[in-house]
Structure formats: C-alpha cells, structure tokens
Design a protein around this ligand. Sequence first.
Ligand code: SF4
Length: 319
Amino acid sequence: MKRDTQAGINPFPYSDSNKRYHTFEYYLRQRFGEKCARISLDAGFTCPNIDGTCGAGGCIYCLDGSGSARGGGELAEQYAAGIAAIQKKWKCSKYIPYLQAHTNTYAPVEILRHIYKEASSLPGAVMLAIATRPDCLDPEVVSVLVETSRSIPVLVELGLQTIHDDTAVCINRGHSYSVFADGYHRLRDAGGDISICIHLINGLPGENKEHMIASARSVAALKPDMVKLHLLHVLQNTPLHSLYLKGAYTPMEQAEYVDVVCNQLEYFPPQTVIARVTGDAPADVLVAPLWSRRKTAVSNDIDKELYRRKSFQGMQFSP
Ligand code: SF4
C-alpha cells in the first residue's frame, strides 16, 4: 500500500511516498527494515590534495576536510555523541558509521584495516560508509574494502564533483575524469558487498546548466548504486570564500538549482539511489547561499517541480 500523499498517482516504482526519486530512506527501509542514521566520524585521516602528494591547499571549497564531524577524538566517543544528538530528533536503533572527514582510504593498509574494523564493530552498526577520492583506490586499498565488506556492508562515498577537467583544474580538485573512471571501475569490479555512491556538485565556478546535466548523464551511464547531488556552498575562510568576496563567484539561486536537479534526476536510472538532493553545510561556517539552510523547502520544491512536469527519476534514462 503506497503512503502517497498524491493519492496513489505517483508513477515512480521505487517510492511509497510522494517522492518521485529513489530516496536513501526508501533504500534503507527496504534493506534494513527501518530508517537508519548516518553518524559522521573523523578518524584522523588527511588528504593527498592537502598534504602536497597530488596538490596543496585542497579543493577551493574545502574546510577542514569538508566533513561535518570535526574535532576528532576516539571513534567510540564521537559515535556515542552522534547517536545522542540524533536521538533528540528521532528514535532509531540502526546506524551507519560514516568515516567522512578528509580521505578515508589514504593511509597504509594496516591502519585502514584497523580503523575499518573498529568502526564496523560499533554497536548498532549495519553498514560502514567510507568517503574517499578516486585517486586513493589502489588495488591494495580495494582489497581491504572487499575484506571489510565480508563482515559489514560497505558504502564507498566517492567524490567526482564534475566530469569536466577544466572545472576540476579551476577548483583544484587534483584529479581528472579519467582517474575517477579508473578508480571507479577497479572498485566496481572488485566484488564484495560494496555499494558506490558518486558525488556531484552543482554550481561549480564556470559551469552552467548544460555542464551540470552533462555530468549527470555521464554518471547515469555508469548505472551507479547511488548518487549524491550537492550544492556548492561558500564556507568561511576557504579559497572559494575569497573569490566570492571579490565578486568572482556567484552561487546558484534556489529556482535554478531545483530546475537543474530535476533535469539530472530524469537522466539517472530508476534503480540508482539518490542519497542526497541538497547540500548540508554547517550553519556556523556557511556564507552563501543562505537559502540552502531551508533544506525542507528545497526538497519540497524539487517534489513540486517533478509533479508539475509529470516527471520522475529515470524518465529520460536510456538503458
Ligand atoms: S578531496 Fe575532500 S578533503 Fe581533500 S581537499 Fe578536496 S574536499 Fe578537502
């Protein structure tokens, strides 16, 4: 029985609500029987794009590894604090420890093995999420991810951001699309209980609607397990912040963002889980765009626009 507030008229098959795209919540309920909470963790990694290995200074929008878990400390303590914060908002008993800050496959394999084991053993953990870059997926690292997935499902959060190499240079990303494709396919072909979530950012400097849709279409052709669509945020004291102050960068408007996301959703395969349709910047460091603080309003606008178009995820997807 569909829980459809649109009186049963939602034509999208991977939904039991008014959502016309395959939400992460729907996926979790199908897989684990209930909504699960992601708990962001900082395991003390760094990033090759910060320490000089492939670049210095990091991506121009990066603030302290761009994770919401900041400050470090023991994983178990961070995890307990994260759960306590979630429990104030809603009750749940299943969790996804999320190694989010910096590049969480960038260390010797023995250290990776140790941290993954510790994180996957945290109480209530049903899946382990690991954020990384495509240039940090060499064969030994991929073997550790496969090994870890024998004890807990692994979700690799893989940053691509754009398929356009000139944009990647502009944002100091430190890798090209071909490096992404190499890492992605190595991981995809490795087997194990590993899901891959590809991240794209809308509103990157120099990109227009056509650029963003082209990125989505290329990613859609990979038929990925999951995708996260982010909005570029200007965070305090980043190189992007300097560009913004000089008037050299203009953030997207809300209506423009909603239009682009709806177009992108139409190209993704219906089976691909859309793990995020809006960004999630820490309020204390967000400079612009401030409309992005109203996440529910943005998400509602996407729902309304898909409804208005009589559209849904995958409408333009060609298998
Ligand atoms: S890859 Fe991530 S952690 Fe590294 S510089 Fe870019 S945003 Fe920061």
